[in-house]
Ligand binder design. Structure first.
Ligand code: FAD
Length: 499
């Protein structure tokens, strides 16, 4: 059998792997992209139920405004024109309800406008609100990886990387409701305010404060844009294929890569954009140090979601036409709401993307879901779950529906639930170990697995490597891609891209 050589192999066809593949190919590399599932996209891929389109993972994003971080990433990759963002411009489109307190907060667009609005909402806390937004801005200004025109090497750590969001907020204000409001975007990364660093919270929340947008055709727009761009480069995509074994391990390098389709390939560098536990499983016994294995075993999953997929009943008018993103917080303590041990009423995020006139919008309702809650059925597989699991699902659907109707009563007669899934559903569709929505939990002072691995022609990138969300995942590939290409080659790529 002939053994083919690729300059690079990329493992995982989610947005991290797609970004990595394109970056390397645009730099002149011959790239093989391996995806375990039947199609590309990972959490980006949409699905259709009863004629309604639903997102799997990606729903909305920040940073798509001109020169925003995602706008810059897509421009750098030469695919920005393929996207039609639909920006949320009315503050009522993005609401946080704090149900116990009976308060509802709207989000105007832009750091300055949000700061003003929150100061009007909390007149006695103006100083704390100014200090919070100054700190968020300052962290982002001092994070060079957020500036894509810069060829800076290692992102420096900041003082704010060593202090939790919760600690900063407690120092700024004694008002628990304000702390809840400023922590609300923790739902978009699935870690508690007392365990995430202020710096990482700021890096992720800032993009949402600056602008929020849906994208026409949602996650599929990304997949289509990458596929189209791939055509111009030396890229081979193999779906339903993964690395079965690393062979000829010498001098900390894998000599041959045995693939699950029976073929063998060689490469200068292979970049794994998959979960760290999957990476660990792939490393031959003799290549993993005990310290490395302990580090990976110590990672905890970020929150997953129990999801309801719904739509407005045919013939009914949408009773909340402005509501694009509605977050319900039954109480203001976000630490409790994102605690796997929390057994009170859970938070909900209700997401309704815009659709062309005449189409039914797929409304996605997400409730945090944790490994322990679905542990009794962890050994079951899609389509072969036991009756008790179906009962659990039915109970969650009923409880979540009642929760929604309590705060948004007009949905009682207008909302139709078409489907539901727990984090086990996400686990099995997305081929990750636990169904977490965001990979590993981003905890203070944790050393993520990123960059070169103990087998030196292997590298790690992906949402668990740096930060989750579409931006964090793509950014991880740019940072690790720079290490794979080297400073000079990456510099030439940047020059070419911005020309
Ligand atoms: C319900 C939900 C809601 C979300 N909402 C948003 C949102 O609104 N905005 C936002 O920005 N982000 C959101 N996210 C997070 C975002 O979708 C992810 O952070 C991002 O898409 C992760 O991309 P990735 O490529 O790192 O991982 P993935 O998308 O998980 O891709 C990894 C890929 O690797 C493949 N794979 C796994 N193992 C192997 C193997 N051994 N060999 C080959 N291939 C393998 C998988 O099949 C998968 O295709 C959400 C996620 C979920 C689940």
């Amino acid at each position: 059998m002939s053994v083919r050589h690729f300059d690079n192999i990329v493992v995982g066809g989610g947005v991290s792997g797609l970004t990595m593949t394109l970056l390397l190919a645009m730099s002149g590399r011959r790239v093989l992209l391996l995806e375990k599932g039947p199609r590309l996209g990972g959490s980006l891929a949409r699905f259709r139920k009863d004629g309604v389109w639903f997102e799997t993972g990606f729903h909305f994003t920040g940073g798509l405004h001109r020169h925003g971080v995602l706008d810059e990433i897509l421009t750098l990759l030469g695919i920005r024109d393929a996207f039609a963002p639909v920006f949320l411009t009315d503050p009522a489109e993005n609401r946080f309800y704090f149900e116990a307190e009976g308060r509802c907060f709207e989000h105007p667009v832009g750091l300055a406008a949000i700061r003003q609005r929150f100061k009007a909402d909390f007149p006695a806390e103006a100083g704390a609100i100014d200090a919070y937004f100054d700190k968020v801005r300052s962290v982002c200004d001092r994070t060079p990886s957020l500036s894509l025109r810069d060829n800076t090497i290692a992102p420096p750590t900041l003082d704010e990387d060593y202090v939790s969001l919760d600690a900063v907020l407690k120092e700024l204000t004694a008002d628990p409701l304000l702390r809840g409001l400023l922590s609300g975007y923790a739902m978009c990364y699935g870690a508690r305010p007392d365990e995430v660093s202020f710096a990482n919270h700021a890096r992720m929340a800032c993009a949402f404060y600056e602008s929020l947008a849906f994208v026409r055709n949602g996650g599929d727009a990304f997949i289509d844009a990458f596929r189209e761009k791939f055509r111009g480069y030396d890229i081979e995509v193999r779906c339903g294929t993964t690395i079965a074994e690393l062979a000829d391990l010498r001098d900390h390098r894998a000599g041959r890569f045995l693939l699950s389709d029976g073929s063998e390939v060689t490469t200068d560098a292979c970049i794994l954009t998959i979960h760290p536990a999957e990476i660990l499983r792939l490393l031959p016994e003799k290549a993993r140090s005990r310290a490395f294995a302990a580090r990976v075993d110590g990672f905890e999953p970020a929150a997953g979601f129990f999801a309801l997929f719904a739509a407005i009943r045919p013939g009914c008018a949408d009773p909340y036409p402005q509501a694009a993103i509605t977050s319900l917080f039954p109480q203001a303590d976000v630490n409790r709401l994102l605690d796997p041990a929390h057994d009170g009423e859970a938070a909900l995020v209700i997401i309704k993307p815009p659709v062309p006139a005449g189409e039914r919008a797929g409304i996605c309702i997400l409730e945090p879901n944790f490994v322990g809650q679905v542990a009794p059925w962890a050994d079951s597989a899609l389509g072969r779950r036991p009756e008790e699991y179906r009962q659990y699902k039915a109970e969650r659907v009923a409880a979540i529906s009642e929760h929604i109707f309590g705060t948004l009563p007009a949905y009682r007669d207008t909302l139709e639930i078409l489907d539901a899934g727990s984090m086990l559903t996400f686990r099995d569709y997305l081929h990750n170990p636990d169904g977490s929505a965001y990979g590993i939990r981003q905890k203070l002072q944790q050393f993520n697995v990123i960059g070169r691995l103990p087998v030196h022609n292997l590298f790690a990138a992906g949402q668990s490597a740096l930060l989750p969300g579409i931006i964090g995942a793509m950014m991880s590939s740019l940072i690790v891609g720079r290490a794979v290409l080297g400073k000079d080659e990456y510099g030439r790529f940047l020059e070419g891209a911005w020309r």
